[in-house]
Design a protein around this ligand. Structure first.
Ligand SMILES: *Cc1c(COP(=O)(O)O)cnc(C)c1O
Length: 413
């Protein structure tokens, strides 16, 4: 028999939480339980202060001199060095640029070029759509010689064949939170002569990642989710040092040139990771990201992962305890195989989530029937988990979600 969990138990966990001080660094509204940091991380004091300074003091006072004077020009590399520490890479293996979608385009194109004659891009059928769309667009651009082969997430290892050029996967599944075996899949791909590209959108800043330890070739990831860079903050990309001077990425813009300010006629790529840049970096949002990365770096990753798993487990357990019989089903795996989010299905998932949001519990909906809740350990408290479930229980018991306003679909869900 399991004992009942009370709100007092959870409030005690908050008192003992080694990460409890981090919440103060974020400006979260008091009446909000924000379980959507996996989609858009909240603003931190670090970011707000840094953007203010960059606007007023740097852009405002020093204008174009700031590219040199305030080091804007190498901010993509410097922010990349910070992210490298979070994903188990060397400092010169990560750079911040563009969006995740664009970075995937660049690296997938570069990877295919390294495997001429091989025609298959292997991925998961339920991968995040932009990753699949990017592969489809690139295949089309390359003349249709390649095939995007999509299989179930459990069938990846068995589907790596000698025609496989690239295995392109998202490490933590955006809907279920399931973690792929990065080391094992990478090893199998290499044994078959293929390359790997891992998308770390739901991994970086949420759980330990060891790109070097897993011998990963390429990776991309997102700056505005667990890294809290702000809406549309630039993304990052990783290229293993051993491949950096071998690859050619197709968006050959001047920032990836070896001497952009010589204004030569012909493109010559920079050495190292820099050749993966394309155009001018977005300094405001990049500065915001660079500042918020200091928070992620100050947190102990082991404590972060432990709290993330514990929050998810408590949430699942409380839903079983408080909301039985309402047709809510957990689709996320156990903690050890799960990232920092937990998802449930319900036939009225959309309306239920809208009602929760209206009551200050913010998760999100993923079509067709998934309610997704992210537990970012830097600012979510154990007691928040109790309060979120209490709200959910009330919404289900009163059937408040049946009101027509909760069925209207906005363009972003
Ligand atoms: C969020 C997310 C992206 C986002 O890509 P953008 O180019 O920033 O819109 C890409 N891939 C995955 C797996 C994601 O979860």
């Amino acid at each position: 028999m399991t004992t009942v969990v009370t709100r007092t138990d959870l409030a005690l966990c908050d008192v003992a939480d080694p990460l409890r001080e981090f919440r103060k660094l974020f400006d979260l509204p008091d009446d909000l339980i924000y379980l959507d940091g996996n989609s858009l991380g909240p603003v931190s004091r670090h970011s707000a202060e840094r953007v203010r300074r960059v606007v007023q003091e740097q852009w405002g006072q020093d204008l174009i001199k700031s590219w040199n004077k305030h080091g804007w020009i190498d901010l993509p590399q410097r922010a990349g060095e910070k992210i490298a520490k979070l994903v188990g890479a060397k400092p010169n293996e990560v750079i911040v640029a563009d969006s995740t979608s664009v970075n995937l385009f660049k690296l997938l194109a570069a990877a295919l070029r390294l495997r001429p004659g091989r025609t298959i891009i292997l991925s998961e059928d339920s991968n995040f759509p932009t990753d699949l769309y990017i592969a489809q667009g690139l295949i089309d651009l390359l003349g249709g010689q390649h095939e995007l082969r999509l299989v179930d997430g459990t069938a990846i290892l068995g589907s790596i064949k000698k025609q496989t050029a690239v295995v392109m996967l998202t490490h933590v599944h955006y809907k279920t939170g399931r973690i792929h075996e990065m080391e094992q899949i990478t090893k199998k791909a290499h044994e078959a002569g293929a390359l790997v590209i891992w998308d770390l959108a739901h991994s970086a800043g949420a759980l330990p990642v060891d790109l070097n330890g897993c011998n990963v070739d390429f990776a991309v990831g997102c700056g505005y989710k667990y890294l809290n860079g702000g809406p549309g903050a630039p993304a990052f990309l990783y290229v293993a040092e051993r491949l950096q001077n071998e690859i050619k990425q197709p968006l050959s813009g001047w920032m990836g040139h070896k001497a952009p300010f010589e204004f030569g006629t012909d493109y010559e790529p920079a050495q190292g990771i820099t050749r993966n840049l394309c155009g001018t970096p977005p300094i405001l949002s990049l500065s915001s990201l660079d500042a918020s990365l200091d928070i992620a770096l100050a947190a102990d990753m082991k404590a972060l992962r432990e709290k993330s798993m514990a929050l998810g487990d408590v949430f699942i357990r409380l839903i079983e305890q408080e909301c039985p019989g309402f047709g809510i089903e957990c689709i996320s795996p156990p903690a050890a195989q799960r990232g920092s989010q937990v998802s449930f299905t319900h036939e009225n998932a959309y309306a239920i989530m809208q009602t929760l949001i209206q009551r200050g519990v913010v998760g999100d909906f993923r079509a067709p029937d998934v309610m997704r809740f992210g537990f970012a350990p830097l600012y979510i408290r154990y007691a928040d988990v109790w309060d979120a479930v209490a709200t959910l229980r009330n919404v289900l018991e009163t059937r408040a979600w049946e009101q027509p306003q909760y069925r209207v679909r906005a363009s972003v869900t």
